[in-house]
Design a binder for this molecule. Sequence first.
Ligand SMILES: NC(=O)c1ccc[n+]([C@@H]2O[C@H](COP(=O)([O-])OP(=O)(O)OC[C@H]3O[C@@H](n4cnc5c(N)ncnc54)[C@H](O)[C@@H]3O)[C@@H](O)[C@H]2O)c1
Length: 439
Amino acid sequence: MDISIFGMGYVGTVSGACFASMGHRVIGVDANPVKTGSIARGESPILEKNLPELISEGVRSGRLMMSGPEEAVSGSCMTFVCVGTPGNGNGSPNTEYIRRVCSEIGGCLKHKRDFHIVVIRSTLLPGGTEEIVIPELEKSSGKEAGADFGVIFHPEFMREGSSITDFFHPPMTVIAGHGENRPEAVSGLYSGIDAPLIMTEYRVAETIKFVSNAFHALKIAFANEIGSLCKLMNIDSHSVMDLFCRDDKLNISRAYLKPGFAFGGSCLPKDLRALNHRAKTLDLDLPLMRSILDANRIHIERTLSLIYPYRGRRIGILGLSFKAGTDDLRESPMVTLVETLIGKGFKISLYDRNISIPMLTGANREYIFREIPHICSILSHELEKLVEDSDVLVIGYSEEELRRLIGRFRPDQVIIDLVRFLSPADVRGKKFIYHGLCW
Ligand SMILES: NC(=O)c1ccc[n+]([C@@H]2O[C@H](COP(=O)([O-])OP(=O)(O)OC[C@H]3O[C@@H](n4cnc5c(N)ncnc54)[C@H](O)[C@@H]3O)[C@@H](O)[C@H]2O)c1
């Protein structure tokens, strides 16, 4: 394919050289003549393993060349935008280069008759494609996105230092844009690359890049705090983290990565407090570790603020234990939720198929009677009656027995879902009012 790339920095140069090595014809454009001059001579403008060889081979074969904007757009069927989005002083990304380059590309599209696809590889905050890219392209071209040209958002996951390997072996290929934008033309570029191909919508693709980078940063900060604590306790942090990484069921896994309600139970809060206490006794500041319980508390407050507007209505709460399938109530965030609502004068009924007061024993029994002494008077044993008698239903656990009652939710009922019990398909077209906690 004939591809043009605007912005021959790290992403643009690596992508251009790799596409050329796959047999595509690549025309690069950059505002910096030092970079374009260096690539045109077959030299790499950046230090990156194996890149000089790919660039010199691309230029020698005639598959990688530099030119001006007009020639690049007219001589290709799609344009990759790889200009920088550096941070402003206040943390917001500077989108000035994106705006300028889109305006330039749009100006070139004005004179082009064939359908052209603009592929955004630069990192944009959610909404950027629809709020910045498309309006700029439409304004400067006088044409309509979707009808006259396509716009695809296609995030980049390569890492500097191993970007060539990452280009050919990406974790996944993400391509966003509805059918009229011709996403299949972009996915066709990767037919030789063995990676899952994910077609999605603009905002999901824009967000994934930030979520991934935030998670990488979180992991590094976490490992470093663990390392610092281990060092002061004379424990080899690498032995600890090697062992930690061996667990790919709970630790390095999909577990605990779905947005939902707060954590609780008899282990997580207690052990976090113990770890923080040990750090404090060692005069070690671990801001990340310190902030986790706070983040959890604020999540419970966020949940309460969804329920507060319904003061005076009958609130039915499903689930009391800290997770489905257990009767352990210790430090259950559902107990905190119920106790706070009762304290504020809310009229509550509760149902949890796993909780039977006579069966509770030991620390578990002690805990619940200390937190909610009048638990017996609000605990219902009939799910159907509780659902029927509630104006507001708070779903705090995923139990299949509730599924058969979805069809009976009334239009006047409000469903507050803390565990994504209802999927978007369950909710679509239904008359009841639905609030997802964090979706
Ligand atoms: N560097 C990475 O590892 C990496 C990885 C994934 C995503 N990204 C994202 O990709 C984007 C590009 O990152 P980068 O590191 O390659 O940036 P960079 O600063 O290395 O390169 C950007 C290039 O764009 C050029 N440019 C600016 N305005 C232009 C214009 N109007 N016309 C032509 N060229 C123009 C600049 O001269 C520069 O060479 C950013 O949004 C970044 O967040 C970067």
